[in-house]
Ligand binder design. Structure first.
Ligand code: NAI
Length: 384
């Protein structure tokens, strides 16, 4: 059983992963080049643990034990003790290559090496290694201490044994593991794209304003946040970049085309909550949404149909098993239901009709119905 984890990069994700690791009983090292980042991470972790203590979620003994399990280090040498290294540094392939080359010279021969990358391929990072078969993607969601999902992504070279060991560690951390192919956006960042993209498209066509689109998705769909609230929360800089990266990685498949509306916000520095203004201006009260029932249903039906189409595509293309696709969206981005299960509830034929109507109207590939969804409708019963 793995007991020692070395986390590289003490930013948002690295600090969260290190805290989680220590909370779950692993001896943990958190490393960063920057002394400033390390002390910020230490202060953040202390604050978070103090709040757990105040709320009675942990007692004084375990609080002390967790703190004593994390060491904050500014040299890589301690990686030699680790059974698993999780890298969460800047999203830059050249820098990641340098770090993994250095790590490979330090770690034991049985140590598993992992990256938390969101957008680089696992194969491309592993190419820096002499032994790429012990390398894989272990993709946490933000905040890592709270979000239950972890995507596990083997490359074409990763050994089966490494995948099962990584999965065991993730389960020990109390997380839900979803196994996923080394493809752009993995599961969540691929399947979720239409939640943003189609909402933006509906807005750009002038069908409804931000607040009405958000209201349709929260009131009818039961989503915790509407697309525009969520983009503002994630940050339009981050969310736009993910969309653009996925679009490029899919060889410019029009399904993933980014929106000018969001690009302009990014260019103007209107990132969302963190800058005080994005789609919404947070210094003033939000306007009231339209309560026109037909319009709200039109918005919801359109966005959910595209999301379900994308979930079917992930299954068709063997990105993940149907159960993992549904689990990933519920546990990684808080969707109220798994999309494939939701399709069964709404009626796959209604989803297909919606997509066919959109495709006929626009003649654009982004609306082409997925072949597996068509198979499901033809079969007249669930495919799994
Ligand atoms: P961040 O910018 O908050 O932190 C990156 C940290 O890496 C910084 O503390 C920086 O000093 C450090 N760093 C940079 N180069 C380094 C090097 N050569 N050696 C050691 N430390 C170095 O970034 P964030 O957001 O935590 O992202 C880290 C990784 O996690 C990226 O690969 C990102 O794609 C991925 N990720 C990010 C998520 C998010 O919501 N922020 C979610 C899931 C994955």
């Amino acid at each position: 059983m793995t007991k020692r984890i070395f986390v590289v990069g003490a930013g948002t994700m690295g600090a969260g992963i290190a805290q989680l690791s220590a909370q779950k009983g692993f001896e943990t090292w958190l490393y960063d080049l920057s002394a400033d980042q390390l002390s910020k991470a230490q202060a953040g972790i202390n604050k978070s643990l103090n709040s757990l203590l105040e709320k009675g979620k942990i007692d004084t003994t375990s609080h002390q034990a967790i703190i004593s399990r994390i060491e904050f280090v500014n040299h890589l040498d301690d990686a030699q003790h680790a059974e698993l290294v999780i890298e969460a540094i800047v999203e830059n392939l050249t820098v990641k290559h340098e770090v993994f080359k250095a790590l490979e010279g330090l770690v034991s021969s049985s140590c598993i090496l992992a990256s938390n990358t969101s957008s680089l391929s696992i194969a491309s990072i592993s190419s820096a290694l002499k032994k790429p078969e012990r390398f894989l993607g272990i993709h946490f969601f933000n905040p890592a201490t709270l979000m239950p999902l972890v995507e596990i992504i083997p490359s074409v070279l990763t050994l089966e044994k490494v995948v099962s060991q990584a999965k065991e560690i993730i389960l020990t951390m109390g997380k839900t593991a979803a196994l996923c192919k080394d493809t752009p956006g993995f599961i969540v960042n691929r399947v979720a794209r239409p939640f943003y993209g189609e909402a933006l498209r509906i807005y750009e066509e002038g069908l409804a304003d931000f607040v009405t689109i958000d209201y349709a998705m929260t009131s009818i769909g039961g989503f915790k946040m509407g697309p525009f609230e969520l983009m503002d929360y994630i940050g339009n800089d981050v969310n736009y970049t993910v969309t653009e990266t996925v679009f490029e990685a899919f060889y410019y498949d029009p399904r993933f085309k980014p929106s000018f509306t969001q690009k302009r916000l990014k260019e103007a520095g209107l990132y969302g909550r963190k800058t005080g203004r994005g789609f919404y201006d947070y210094s003033i009260e939000k306007a009231d949404p339209s309560k026109e029932v037909a319009l709200l249903h039109q918005i919801f039906n359109r966005i959910i149909a595209l999301l379900i189409n994308e979930a079917y595509d992930a299954v068709l293309m063997q990105v993940a098993a149907p159960q993992d696709v549904d689990l990933a969206m519920m546990k990684g981005v808080n969707y109220p239901k798994g999309l494939l299960a939701w399709a069964e509830e709404i009626g796959p034929n209604l989803i297909l009709n919606q997509l066919e109507a959109l495709y006929e109207r626009y003649n654009e590939d982004r609306y082409r119905p997925n072949a597996l969804l068509k198979d499901r409708v033809k079969a007249g019963k669930p495919l799994w």
